[in-house]
Design a protein around this ligand. Structure first.
Ligand code: GLP
Length: 241
């Protein structure tokens, strides 16, 4: 794993943006894996600015998001579909049919998980996967204890994750209890992974990810075994290294 230490959130976002643009401009049919949460918002804002300055286009790009809440409709402001559209897709001229998220409101969720997995494989797997880091070491919505061999699946969300994400919902009761997420092995099939980490509250998790043992009890630790991982982390997140 390569660790790039940057000053702050803005620098992390800019660094990630330059990296993605370089890939998108130099690849014929790039497949990007995208994440939600607060961490990648600055990256998406930077990508929009670069698109507006005509430094990049996305018509040849396909995207796959990591995860989605179960039970929320696509137009629910808390769905990840809505988030991606508002914070990125609708501003960068990417044909919506080239963007993919698992459907959290599918009638048959197991079938949806299988189909999502097949779509990723048909696209030739993900070239660059953007990841955030959960406080408990989750990646996507793969909570501690998830098998490293997992593929796209339905998960029960940890109370700690529901609490961490409650800030986006009117009350904690409104936070879904389940999600559909790429599995750990799905993520590990990505040719390259860019993990973004910002803020002091992530410092323990980042230290465990880099220096801890590889264990299903801390899902992100599997990244130590991937051959092409770049971590872009700010000073505050690096404070426990
Ligand atoms: C969420 C998402 C993850 C995200 C993580 C960190 O629950 N499912 O994909 O990376 O938690 O979120 P944040 O960036 O808001 O700290």
């Amino acid at each position: 794993m390569e660790l790039i230490k940057v000053k702050d959130y803005n620098e992390m976002s800019k660094r990630a943006c330059s990296f993605i643009i370089e890939k998108v401009n130099n690849m014929e049919k790039p497949v990007l894996g995208l994440a939600t949460g607060s961490t990648p918002e600055g990256l998406y804002q930077n990508l929009i600015e670069k698109y507006q300055k005509q430094e990049v286009t996305f018509d040849h790009v396909q995207t796959f998001n990591l995860d989605e809440y179960v039970g929320l409709k696509k137009d629910d402001p808390n769905s990840y579909d809505y988030y991606m559209n508002e914070k990125l897709f609708k501003h960068i001229g990417i044909p919506r049919e080239q963007t993919h998220l698992p459907s959290g409101d599918a009638a048959d969720l197991s079938q949806e998980a299988l189909q999502y997995e097949s779509l990723i494989q048909e696209a030739g797997n993900i070239d660059v996967q953007i990841l955030g880091l959960g406080l408990n070491g989750h990646i996507g919505f793969n909570e501690p204890g998830t098998q490293f061999s997992s593929r796209t699946h339905i998960v029960q969300l940890d109370e700690s994750t529901r609490n961490a994400n409650a800030r986006f919902f009117p009350t904690i009761e409104d936070v879904p209890k389940q999600a559909i997420t790429m599995g750990i092995d799905t993520i590990m099939q990505s040719k390259m992974i860019v993990l973004l980490v910002s803020g002091e509250k992530k410092a323990n998790a980042l230290s465990q990810l880099i220096d801890g043992e590889v264990t299903e009890a801390f899902p992100a630790s599997i990244l130590q075994t991937h051959s092409n991982v770049m971590i872009i982390a700010d000073q505050a997140a690096c404070s426990k290294l």
